[in-house]
Design a protein around this ligand. Structure first.
Ligand SMILES: *[C@@H]1O[C@H](CO)[C@@H](O)[C@H](O)[C@H]1NC(C)=O
Ligand SMILES: *[C@@H]1O[C@H](CO)[C@@H](O)[C@H](O)[C@H]1NC(C)=O
Ligand SMILES: *[C@@H]1O[C@H](CO)[C@@H](O)[C@H](O)[C@H]1NC(C)=O
Ligand SMILES: *[C@@H]1O[C@H](CO)[C@@H](O)[C@H](O)[C@H]1NC(C)=O
Length: 506
């Protein structure tokens, strides 16, 4: 009897294990960044770096999950396996609609995936191809692999092909060629390659710090390139966007994601002058290896990004899984005068599984008041729109019980949005696990500050304004810490709109 109760308790604890409610995590074991994101028919495919046999980095395969709404994910068998001493590292996929690879059947053109093959035995990294003839469900390795050998990489890589990885591949319509962008580990550069068939590749150009004179120093170790054309809102123009994850130099320290705009002729990416105030897609600690879904139909038209939320390797205090996908967010580009700003926003599908718990409209909050003390929840979508008086500091505490809390704060005097996770729960697992992360955020033209906060069990993702700044952080609070508090100090604030929604996929 006692044994069975203990077993039940152990099972329950493991089942909970900080497992988020509306974010993707593997059923078991290790995950890092997303791979090969692609929409096929009504199905969003998520592939990801996955160790299916242990809860640590290693033995990497492409894990696979599918969803029709970016919310409910179905786990699928491994898509690209670690096999014959070659692991399947990060890469991307694309629809070969013209069957340029010749890998299609008589009935249908193939879907292609390029990934890095890693041999732990001697450390080489080469580039490989796999194809799917059943609309992304299963993948076959191309018999002619590798498509770029370590020897072919060597003249363009100071490590001779030991640090060449993460192929981003797309078909460039104007030049009628495939384009591959490869990261070169610690070398702060990417290389561009082209091909007519997706199999036989030729080096065409380098892009490094020498080509980006305005890039601040210290942004080093570039990885996981993504590149695509993005419409400029309110115009009929598009621009090219190149996204990278450096290992060092992000605003919150460690790795992060930056984005550049520029032009591209099929061989050379000519970056626009770097605007350091618009460089970073996230100001938190936990948004890395960002990648976007390809093949999204024009009728939808969204460019949707997801990244891995975990900057601490195997350290976070979860036992049955490690590594969470960020909540999918749209990426758009807005132009005001000559200034272009990336804006990101949680995909609207979220509203279909959310219901209001509390709404406040047109009410002034003054120091000493606490307007959300009656609301609880660990999976929430919170919107705030308010006009702060001079010197007001507005604080929203989430996952709160006693002194434990994660505090999202807006400081009027410095126009700063911040996330303070110093008292958020377990921060003992890594030296960087606590801390305060902040981003500049101006009120809109009518003086209103807007903040949207997604809270899900072990994370907060905080979107400022229309999404011009985002702060994403992991937190590991006690399960019972589910309270909220909305307070001001230093002055009052007119709350034009506060909505707390509960998110539930049940
Ligand atoms: C794709 O190319 C292969 C090889 O040439 C051919 O056998 C197949 O029929 C082609 N499929 C389509 C849909 O064009
Ligand atoms: C790495 O090992 C593979 C398989 O044994 C071999 O073909 C390749 O030449 C090796 N490369 C280097 C640089 O040692
Ligand atoms: C690969 O492409 C290059 C450059 O286009 C070409 O010279 C070469 O013949 C091709 N090799 C094969 C095996 O198709
Ligand atoms: C709040 O104020 C706005 C703007 O004055 C008004 O349109 C809205 O109806 C008000 N809402 C409530 C619930 O009073």
């Amino acid at each position: 009897m006692i044994i069975s109760i203990l077993l039940l308790l152990a099972t329950q604890t493991l089942a909970e294990d900080y497992r988020p409610q509306f974010h993707f995590v593997p059923e078991q074991n290790w995950m890092n960044e997303p791979n090969g994101l692609i929409k096929i028919d009504s199905m969003w495919h998520l592939f990801y770096q996955h160790n299916p046999t242990a809860n640590v980095w290693g033995n990497l395969n492409w894990g696979h999950a599918t969803s029709t709404d970016l919310l409910h994910w179905t786990h699928q068998p491994i898509a690209i396996t670690s096999e014959d001493g070659i692991q399947a590292f990060t890469g991307t996929s694309y629809y070969d609609s013209e069957n340029t690879s010749g890998l299609g059947t008589s009935q249908s053109a193939p879907f292609l995936a390029w990934y890095t093959g890693y041999r732990p035995s001697n450390g080489t990294q080469d580039q490989r191809l796999a194809y799917s003839l059943d609309r992304g469900m299963t993948w076959t390795k191309f018999p002619g692999n590798p498509v770029i050998s370590a020897a072919q990489e060597a003249p363009h890589d100071i490590t001779g092909g030991l640090e060449t990885r993460d192929p981003k591949v797309f078909f460039h319509e104007e030049s009628e060629k495939w384009v591959m962008i490869l990261a070169h580990g610690g070398q702060d550069k990417v290389t561009f390659w082209t091909s007519t068939d997706g199999k036989n590749w030729t080096w065409v150009s380098n892009l490094g710090t020498a080509q980006l004179p305005g890039l601040p120093s210290g942004i080093t170790g570039w990885e996981v390139p993504d590149m695509f054309q993005l419409p400029i809102d309110g115009t009929d123009e598009t621009t090219w966007v190149l996204i990278l994850t450096p290992a060092q130099g992000s605003p919150a320290g460690g790795n992060g994601v930056f984005a550049l705009t520029g032009s591209f002729d099929g061989e050379i990416f000519q970056a626009d002058p770097v605007d350091t105030s618009k460089l970073w897609l996230d100001y938190g600690r936990d948004f890395d290896g960002a990648m976007s879904w390809e093949n999204v139909p024009a009728s939808d038209g969204r460019r949707i990004l997801a990244a891995i939320s975990n900057s601490y390797g195997a350290s976070p205090p979860t036992n049955t899984w490690k590594g969470m996908l960020s909540f999918p967010r749209t990426l758009a580009l807005q132009q005001t005068g000559a200034e272009r700003t990336f804006v990101q926003w949680p995909v609207s599908e979220l509203l279909s599984v959310s219901s209001p718990l509390k709404t406040i409209q047109n009410q002034t909050i003054t120091p000493g008041q606490d307007l959300l003390s009656s609301v609880v929840g660990a999976a929430l979508d919170i919107e705030l729109a308010f006009t702060p008086q001079a010197n007001t500091v507005l604080s929203l505490a989430v996952r709160k019980a006693g002194s434990q809390q994660t505090v999202i704060q807006y400081t009027q005097s410095t126009t700063t949005l911040s996330v303070d996770r110093t008292a958020s729960g377990d921060i003992s697992y890594d030296a960087a696990a606590g801390g305060v992360h902040s981003a500049p955020l101006q009120p809109d033209a009518s003086g209103v500050v807007r903040i949207r906060v997604l809270v899900d069990t072990c994370s907060v993702e905080v979107f400022g304004g229309k999404g011009e700044v985002v702060i994403s952080d992991l937190i590991f609070p006690d399960e019972t810490a589910d309270g909220l508090a909305l307070q001001v100090s230093g002055g009052s604030a007119m709350l034009s709109n506060v909505v707390v929604r509960q998110v539930s996929l049940e």
